[in-house]
Design a protein around this ligand. Sequence first.
Ligand code: ADP
Ligand code: MG
Length: 692
Amino acid sequence: MHSLPEFNLPVKYLKGVGPARSEHLKKLDIETIGDILYTFPRRYEDRRTLTPLRALVDGETSSVIARIVSISSRKTRRKDLSITEAVITDGESIALVIWFNRKGLERIFLSGQDVAFYGKIEKKYGKPQLTNPDFEIIENDDQISEFNRIVPVYPTTYGIYQKWLRKFINANIKLFLEKVKEFLPPEVISINNLMPLRDAIMQMHYPSDRDTWKKARKRLVFDEFFVLQAGLAMRRSAGEKTEDKAPVFPSSNISFIQAAREMFSFPLTAAQERVLVEISGDMGQDIPMNRLLQGDVGSGKTVIAVLSMLLAVKNGYQSAFMAPTEILAQQHFQKLSRYFESHNITLAFLTGSMNGQERKNSLQKIENGRADIVVGTHALFQEKVRYARLGLVVIDEQHRFGVIQRGALRKKGQNPHVLVMTATPIPRTLTLSVYGDLSVSVMDEMPPGRKNITTRWVRPSRIEDLKDFLRDQIKRGRQIYWVCPLIDESETIQAVSLSERYEKLKVSLGDMRVAFLHGQVAPDEKDLTMSDFEKGRIDILVSTTIIEVGVDVPNATVMVIEDANRFGLSQLHQLRGRVGRGSFKSYCFLLAEPSSIESKQRIRTMCSTENGFKIADADLRLRGPGEVCGIRQHGVTDFRVADLVRDRELLLLAREQAFRIVGNDNQLAGLPLLREEVLRRVGKVLDLVKTG
Ligand code: ADP
Ligand code: MG
């Protein structure tokens, strides 16, 4: 609709809006005329039923239309208080209207004038009284706009009053609604039985009734999903442009099932087999794979990475495996080296902190192609690194998001397949919005034999019992994580609270080996502590959330999370995933005195399920898409009307249809209005290149 220049016109050029008002409006995200039409009420007031004055009930909020009998203002004894009093009648009985400090009102009203009022009723001495009501003078019948109907209540902010904003939006709807253009193809409107766009906008502001409002809302929700999905489909097809061919890796000459038996000595789970079929299907085509693999911690993603890399290597290409931190890169390098040992496959290692001869060697092996598999950090994609023939990039994001810029890879003259792995299960609706242009594989089954983790909420008053339990576990040879929260942005404060806890534990568990770890510990020392913990030389590791990312110590069976109410659900889930990695029974204790209902709810959710997708769903419900799973505002989930939990079905419908339409017409050349709308609404957040 905003293809017309008017709709992009800044509001400050409108009558009644100066620079100051336009600043205030900006706080409500109203910057253009288009924004005005799309600023929808946060609730409504039903003023449809007019109440006769005699029927007004004490304490209720009502609409009345009555005639002014008399009106006057007077000062009170208090200097700062004036009262304006009006007597009104509907011809049958009378009521009193009172305003405080609205001197001058008596000059606005004339006796004999009809006025609509809306406000709370108080009965004083048996007579109804309205105090500070909303009102509108009725000059002629069709002017009744804010009364006798369902009236919008908009979000307001400092400097913008409800009454003004309502008038302002109303006036602009009247001016501009006629110019709104229908951008959805007619077939989409009819298949989904959608209300025409203009009607929908009007009905969202001034609904005739609840059912019509629902239809209006459905239309606008559909629009939001459809436009986003069309944008994602366009981005996807841009990534698949035929001139950028990827190497083709037929999987006919390799049996994953057999390779798994040789390399890991266990059979694949059904989920792993299914995911491998999806991945090898992608890698068998010259369209570069762009796939997201979601699976809880411990679901066996590394196995998938290994076998995918094997496929590339067996076909004569290199694979790169990128980990989020140096520690993890190191761990993965060791693990992968063991797996590939028997296959006569050469690995190289590369991180940012490497230098000198070591670095030179790695760079050489990558460039001359002696390295089949390169493991490292972001350094893998620095400018100086040149690959002989890169065929597959695996990115282990753990819980951090940020899909790699394919452009960076293309600049290297390569067009490899890309697999991004994440241990953060995110609800499907959110995946489809944020990563909707990627293919998604889900690993929803844990390898067999996994012991479940018992999760308990422990009140701080029971901390001594907890310590007894810990002593017992340590006596059995197990190890313990004790995580303290991020109290403040400041690392220093965090470190202080942590070292307090460390000192206390050391005193009360005197015979145990206690160590600590936080962001300010020097890297060498950090590595040393970590490796001591891995080797079982430390019983209790008191740390900040830095252990959240990836460490794997099967002998650690207890995770204590202090002030657990301070953590988000997905973070609690990630932390819990550090235990239960071996064959021993594991436990997670949430030490907390939660104050809010929401934080109690979070703790209860943790105690009731280990399923990451269920936890992510709860997180989406509790906190909304902006905060869930550490996904910072991507922009794409900033819907004005749509709700990812409530409107799930519509999302699926809109996605299917948008992808079908873009599939037939990549750049929407045949649907210029739709194309325009997609670029205007999501062009920036999706980084859609304007072509054609
Ligand atoms: P993720 O990377 O998803 O956290 P990993 O790949 O590290 O998970 O696997 C977790 C543990 O489960 C590892 O010790 C791995 O050897 C084991 N594992 C993976 N797949 C299977 C399987 N199919 N059967 C048994 N154990 C498995
Ligand atoms: Mg892993």
